[in-house]
Design a protein around this ligand. Structure first.
Ligand code: A2R
Length: 315
């Protein structure tokens, strides 16, 4: 049985990836920050801060994984504006710590580095859907750190013959995502309004931006397929291949709500730099693995809204 190590598995994606890898027959070890918890069973849980290089070495010797999914990150664009130093430390220094610790092992586990569609940044007219060969022009601190992670991953692959692949994951959504991200934020607000816990006004940022949304369960299935079939040194877009306006997302969520809700722009939610359209060309991924997204957006939105309805009721 192959052993998979998920680094940074207590976050939004981690829980879904654990479920996917169980289904795919892996033995699983998962790291988390000391203060975090990971519900569920049938996997090993270990504490790890990726800023602690010696701790990574000890953990790798202990686990000796066949493959590593590197999810650990400061994953919010918003937080990256507020705390650029932390974002750079975790996303660049932390990834280098992990790659360099793997380099010292006496064997070469496969590594999947999780980057972001945000790396493409200021996409020009005619560049969408955007392919992996396109120039990257990151427009925020988070995106710049993920570009660095990708470049350094490629350097480690080329220089040391390490088996490293990268993905650029576009917006992934679903139940349990934190409301720092737009879909969860809208669903939480709608659920709170329905429950009479806030006035019937949903507060929004830039509704004109167009983004490529994929259900997180489809995303982790792509990660697992890439671990099986991906080519070392390569980068793969993971997305739906179709951008939709944030306004459209909002309209769909409002149409599912049980009460009348009005919309108001909240200047706090507007970003210093926002990118008009981010849409993935997913042909490299589909050609390599046969993966296609399967869960329709309406289903993801309905399940996310229902999740927030349950959560609001609990509190
Ligand atoms: O920030 P926390 O305490 O929620 O912990 C996050 C963890 N993390 C770390 N792990 C080890 N050492 C660190 N120094 C460190 N700093 C943060 O990584 C969290 O548990 C996990 C990332 O989970 P999320 O923030 O929920 O990200 P998500 O949505 O699971 O995305 C996974 C990957 C990330 O690389 C994103 O940038 C990419 O997919 O889109």
């Amino acid at each position: 049985m192959k052993k998979a190590l998920i680094i940074g598995g207590a976050g939004f994606v981690g829980g879904y990836l654990i479920r996917q890898l169980k289904k795919d027959g892996y033995q699983i070890a998962v790291t988390k920050m000391p203060q975090e918890t990971i519900p569920g069973e049938g996997f090993e849980v270990l504490d790890l801060n990726i800023l602690d290089r010696p701790a990574i070495e000890t953990l790798l010797e202990q686990v000796r994984p066949d493959c590593i999914f590197h999810l650990a990150a400061q994953s919010s664009v918003y937080v990256s504006w507020k705390n650029p130093g932390l974002t750079i430390d975790v996303n660049i220094k932390g990834s280098v710590n992990m790659l360099d610790a793997v380099r010292t092992l006496d064997y070469k586990p496969r590594i999947l580095l999780i980057g972001s569609g945000e790396e493409y940044g200021h996409i020009l007219p005619g560049e969408t859907p955007i392919s992996e060969q396109n120039m990257v022009r990151p427009g925020n601190i988070y995106a710049a750190t993920k570009v660095c992670q990708n470049l350094i991953g490629k350097i480690y692959a080329d220089a040391y013959g390490m088996d490293i692949m990268s993905v650029r994951a576009f917006n992934h959504i679903g139940p349990t995502q934190t409301p720092m991200f737009v879909t969860a934020d809208f669903c939480r607000q709608a659920a709170e309004i329905e429950a009479g816990k806030r006035e019937p006004v949903i507060r929004v940022g830039n509704l004109g931006a167009r983004r490529d949304f994929t259900d997180v369960r489809d995303v982790v299935r792509a990660y697992s397929m890439l671990m099986e079939r991906g080519v070392p040194g390569e980068t793969y877009n993971v997305g739906s291949g179709k951008a939709i306006e944030i306004r459209e997302l909002l309209v769909q969520i409002l149409s599912m709500a049980k009460t009348e809700i009005s919309v108001e722009v909240d200047p706090e939610k507007l970003r210093p730099v926002d990118i008009p359209i981010i849409e993935a060309d997913i042909s490299k991924l589909t050609d390599c693995t046969g993966w296609v997204p399967e869960i329709p957006l309406e289903q993801t939105l309905q399940e996310t809204l229902d999740y927030w309805r349950r959560k609001v009721k609990e509190n």
